[in-house]
Design a protein around this ligand. Structure first.
Ligand SMILES: NC(=O)c1ccc[n+]([C@@H]2O[C@H](COP(=O)([O-])OP(=O)(O)OC[C@H]3O[C@@H](n4cnc5c(N)ncnc54)[C@H](O)[C@@H]3O)[C@@H](O)[C@H]2O)c1
Length: 385
């Protein structure tokens, strides 16, 4: 058995996503499982070095993850050919500078979404990688959530007939920090536009690839945002003004006339099956897609309700749904995508989730913000250049 080591610079991983999803649940988990066994003769083994600004934070994280190498000297590891892959999970507005450095150093580039807050900038970064002939990718983790995979499986089996519409509900209550013992559970930059925050930039990037892959290419958007909560408390306990949208109420039209509505909110209390649910209605069946589970109701199982609010409903509307059973083992979604990217780097296997695809998410977010400002529907054109 040959073990092919792949050196990965992991930048900005002391943050929420970098630590939990990318280091601990992806790269560390891949190392712990003995690498990615791609054939009887070959295993790919990630070899990370953690980079960032704070030596003490990096040292503590390295220790926690059982990783040996970390440094605050990004330039020296960028110059080291032993690390052919650069990954970035730092804040959105820092991404461009790091991607530029990685391209100049000839690395394969993988990074968190959004790659930028403007389409032109996201496209510029994609082009930089393409022109340099570098492999590149952007995180599109939701595609590998078990609930969405189950949906995709039954859709391909023809369960739905013709899909008509999708109603997505995403969100939960993010504490403002104003109340004793209820600190905020998201970083304060999320609520400041000047720091790359805002739920439209954050979530419409996800909705773009989710809709494109599952329901058909998005062709138009109408979006209303809101800053429902004007002040929150930051990590230092200081009040700050919220300058970025904390809720978004968006509609999307797809090719084949599927209508998708997605509510995204950090100001809503959950009374539904999961933090993200998507109800998909088709002529022959419907699904309620959650993060891990997917429930379906076929045409034959569809009840025949009669409107009568004078009595309690004689129908239990939750009863006529079947849970789609697990069809396989579902690994962490970020880890699945990491494995695909590392196989792409080492073996040249296809990896369609490129920076150019990521730019489409930024495009939808930018159009969503424009639609809100101008209070109108906007077409989603092809990305050019
Ligand atoms: N895929 C997803 O579902 C998902 C979810 C949340 C966030 N994100 C994205 O991940 C990125 C990080 O978000 P987060 O929630 O982890 O934020 P965070 O604030 O917890 O982490 C950001 C990290 O970047 C570091 N950083 C900031 N400036 C830096 C610099 N100049 N050099 C090196 N490191 C620097 C910070 O110290 C911190 O460790 C954002 O782009 C965000 O949009 C993706």
């Amino acid at each position: 058995m040959n073990i092919q080591r792949i050196g990965i610079i992991m930048n900005g991983v002391t943050g929420r996503m970098g630590t939990n999803q990318h280091l601990l649940r992806s790269i560390k988990a891949i190392i712990d499982q003995g690498g990615i066994r791609v054939s009887d003769d070959l295993t790919l083994m990630p070899d990370p070095v953690l980079t960032g600004r704070s030596g003490s934070k990096l040292a503590a994280l390295a220790k926690r993850a059982g990783v040996e190498k970390w440094t605050t000297d990004l330039e020296s590891v960028m110059a080291d050919p032993d690390y052919p892959v650069f990954f970035d999970a730092s804040g959105t507005l820092f991404r461009a500078r790091f991607v530029e450095m990685a391209v100049a150093a000839g690395k394969s580039v993988y990074c968190e979404k959004p790659t930028a807050v403007e389409t032109s900038e996201a496209l510029r970064l994609a082009r930089l990688c393409e022109d340099a002939g570098l492999k590149n990718g952007v995180v599109q983790d939701k595609l590998w959530l078990p609930g969405l995979r189950k949906f995709k499986m039954i859709r391909e089996q023809g369960f739905f007939g013709r899909i008509l519409s999708v109603r997505g509900e995403f969100g939960y209550w993010v504490f403002t920090g104003h109340h004793t013992d209820q600190p905020a559970q998201r970083p304060s930059w999320n609520y400041r536009q000047e720091d790359g925050g805002g739920i439209i930039v954050d979530m419409l990037c996800h909705w773009r690839y989710v809709i494109d892959h599952l329901f058909g290419p998005v062709k138009a958007v109408s979006c209303t945002g809101a800053i429902h909560i004007p002040e929150r408390i930051d990590e230092q306990g200081r009040p700050y003004a919220c300058t970025a949208d904390d809720s978004a109420y968006a509609m999307f039209e797809c090719e084949d006339d599927v209508v998708c509505q997605f509510n995204s909110s950090w100001n809503t209390r959950v009374r539904r099956d999961d933090l993200l649910t998507m109800q998909v209605d088709g002529t022959h069946g419907s699904a309620l897609v959650g993060l891990r589970k997917c429930w379906v109701q076929s045409l034959a199982e569809t009840p025949r309700p009669v409107w009568n609010p004078d009595i309690d409903s004689p129908l239990d509307f939750y009863a006529g749904w079947q849970e789609v059973p697990d069809a396989t083992h579902y690994d962490n979604a970020f880890k699945v995508q990491w494995e695909l990217f590392l196989r792409h780097v080492a073996l040249d296997e296809p990896f369609p989730y490129t920076l150019r695809e990521g730019a489409k998410g930024v495009q939808l977010a930018e159009l969503g913000l424009q639609s809100w400002r101008e209070r109108r529907w906007l077409d989603v054109g092809d990305l050019e250049g």
